[in-house]
Design a binder for this molecule. Structure first.
Ligand code: PLP
Length: 429
C-alpha cells in the first residue's frame, strides 16, 4: 500500500513567520471604529486592553511577522501537526475525491486555540502584565489561555458561558488544573454580569456577555489585560501557522487543494488554514481555489448576516467591527457546538467574503453529528462538535465529486477532538 497516511514535517521545518493577508488584499478592510469618537481605532486605543505588541499586530500591514523564539519553543510541544490523508473517510464515501485534513486536535488542549494563546500570553508577560482575563464558550479557549498563562507566569480569569459551564464540566477542570480561575457567566463578579442577572436570573449566557465581563475586569483591575480567542486580526495572524505548515505538507505529496473547508465560529481556524493558500488566489495564480466556511444553521452570520459596523460583545465595550453580523444581541439557540455561537465574522474574513473569495454554507446539527460519527468510525478520531460542521461539508462535497466522477482535492481543518464533548454525543447516540 503506497498511500502515505500522515504527512509529517520535521520540527526544523516549522514556519518561522506568520502570514498577514492584509498585505495582499486589494480592498483593504474598513477600519475598526472607536465606539465613542466614531474615529478609526489607534494602537493607543487598543493598548487599553491589549499589550503594545498585540495592538501593533492588530493594525499591521506587514506581510510576514516573525514568530518569537519563546513562542516557537512552546509550539514545539505539539507542532508541526500532521496532515492526514482521510483514506478511511474516502473509502466510506466511495468517492474519487482525495481528502486531507490538518489535525489540530493533537495539541495538549485538543484544539487549534493554543496557536494564539501562546503568543498572546508571551507578549503580555514580556510587557510586564500579571493578570489576563478572557471569555470561553465550549472551554477550548479558556483551557488554551490557562496553560499559555502558566507557561509564562500569568494568572488567568476565565468567564465561561454558563450553559457550557454546566454542560462541559471536564473543561472547567482542565482550566483549573492548569491554574485558571473560572466563573460561570453571567456572574456576580462584574457590573455587567450583575445587571444581566437582575433582569434575567436564569440567563444561560452567551459569548458576547462573557466578553463584556472579561473586558470590564481588564479595564478596572491593575496590571490586567484582556485576551480574545478569535475574530481579531492578530488572532488570525497567529493561526496562519496551520495553513503555512499545510502548504509545505501538500507540496511534499504534490497536491494543491481545489477546496478548503473549515468550520466557522469567529473565523480563526478557517482563516488559519485558508489564508496562506488564499494568497495564491489573491495573486491570480490559483484562480479556481474555493474556500468554504461551514456554519451552524443556528448562527449563520456569513450565510445570512448583514455586512455593517457592529460591536464584538453584547454591552458595546469593544471597538465597532465592519463585519457580517447577526447583531451583537443575537442569542443563538443552545447547539452543542458552543464554539460556533458567536454573532459576527470579523473584519478580514468579512471583507474577503464581500469580495467573493469565501463561500459559506450553514448546516443543521443532526447532519453534523451524523458526519462526526461516520468520521469517528472511518478515521478513529472523535471530532469536536464544532469540527463536525467542516466534516459534514466535506462529505457533501465528496459526494458531489462522486456524482460528477471528479478526482478533486479537498483539504479541511480538524479544529479539535471531541473527547470532552461526549455529553453532546450521548444525546445523538
Ligand atoms: C473555538 C473553536 C472553533 C471556532 O472558533 P474559530 O475562531 O471560528 O476557529 C472551532 N473548533 C474548535 C475545536 C474550537 O475550539
Amino acid at each position: 500500500m503506497k498511500l502515505t497516511k500522515k504527512i509529517l514535517l520535521e520540527e526544523s521545518m516549522m514556519p518561522t513567520k506568520w502570514y498577514n493577508i492584509v498585505a495582499d488584499m486589494e480592498n483593504k478592510p474598513l477600519p475598526l471604529l472607536n465606539p465613542k469618537s466614531q474615529k478609526p481605532v489607534t494602537a493607543e486605543d487598543l493598548e487599553i486592553i491589549f499589550p503594545k505588541a498585540i495592538a501593533e499586530q492588530e493594525l499591521s500591514t506587514e506581510r510576514w511577522i516573525d514568530i518569537p523564539e519563546e513562542v516557537y519553543n512552546i509550539y514545539k510541544i505539539y507542532r508541526p501537526t500532521p496532515l492526514v490523508r482521510a483514506s478511511g473517510l474516502e473509502k466510506a464515501l466511495d468517492t474519487p475525491a482525495k481528502i486531507y485534513f490538518k489535525n489540530e486536535s493533537v495539541s495538549p488542549v485538543g484544539s487549534h486555540k493554543l496557536n494564539t494563546a501562546v503568543p498572546q500570553a508571551y507578549y503580555n508577560a514580556k510587557e510586564g502584565v500579571k493578570h489576563l482575563t478572557t471569555e470561553t464558550g465550549a472551554g477550548q479557549w479558556g483551557s488554551s489561555l490557562s496553560i499559555a498563562g502558566a507557561h509564562f507566569g500569568l494568572d488567568v480569569k476565565v468567564f465561561m458561558v454558563k450553559n457550557s459551564y454546566y454542560a462541559k464540566p471536564y473543561r472547567q477542570l482542565v482550566m483549573k488544573t492548569y491554574g485558571g480561575e473560572v466563573f460561570a457567566s453571567p456572574s456576580e463578579f462584574t457590573q455587567c454580569g450583575r445587571d444581566i442577572l437582575a433582569k434575567d436570573p436564569e440567563c444561560g449566557g452567551s459569548l458576547g456577555i462573557a466578553i463584556s465581563e472579561a473586558v470590564e475586569v481588564a479595564l478596572n483591575q491593575p496590571n490586567t489585560k484582556y485576551a480574545l480567542g478569535s475574530v481579531l486580526n492578530h488572532v488570525i495572524l497567529h493561526q496562519t501557522i496551520i495553513g503555512l505548515e499545510a502548504e509545505k505538507q501538500m507540496e511534499i505529496v504534490g497536491d494543491f487543494p481545489d477546496k478548503i473547508i473549515a468550520c466557522f465560529g469567529g473565523g480563526s481556524n478557517m482563516a488559519g488554514i485558508t489564508f496562506p493558500f488564499l494568497r495564491h488566489k489573491l495573486s491570480g495564480e490559483k484562480k479556481d481555489l474555493q474556500i468554504i466556511a461551514a456554519e451552524p444553521a443556528a448562527c449563520p452570520k456569513l450565510s445570512c448576516g448583514e455586512f455593517k459596523y457592529d460591536f464584538g460583545d453584547s454591552s458595546g465595550l469593544t471597538p465597532m467591527i465592519p463585519m457580517y453580523t447577526l447583531g451583537h444581541n443575537f442569542q443563538p439557540s443552545q447547539i452543542h457546538a458552543a464554539g460556533l455561537r458567536y454573532h459576527g465574522a470579523g473584519q478580514l474574513v468579512s471583507q474577503l467574503r464581500k469580495d467573493g473569495f469565501i463561500d459559506a454554507v450553514s448546516i443543521e446539527q443532526q447532519e453534523c453529528f451524523d458526519a462526526g460519527i461516520l468520521f469517528s468510525r472511518a478515521e478513529g478520531i472523535i471530532p469536536a462538535p464544532e469540527s463536525t460542521h467542516a466534516i459534514a461539508t466535506v462529505i457533501r462535497e465528496a459526494l458531489k465529486a462522486k456524482e460528477a466522477g471528479k478526482e478533486e482535492v479537498i483539504l479541511f481543518n480538524l479544529s479539535g477532538h471531541g473527547l470532552l464533548d461526549m455529553k453532546s454525543y450521548e444525546q445523538f447516540i
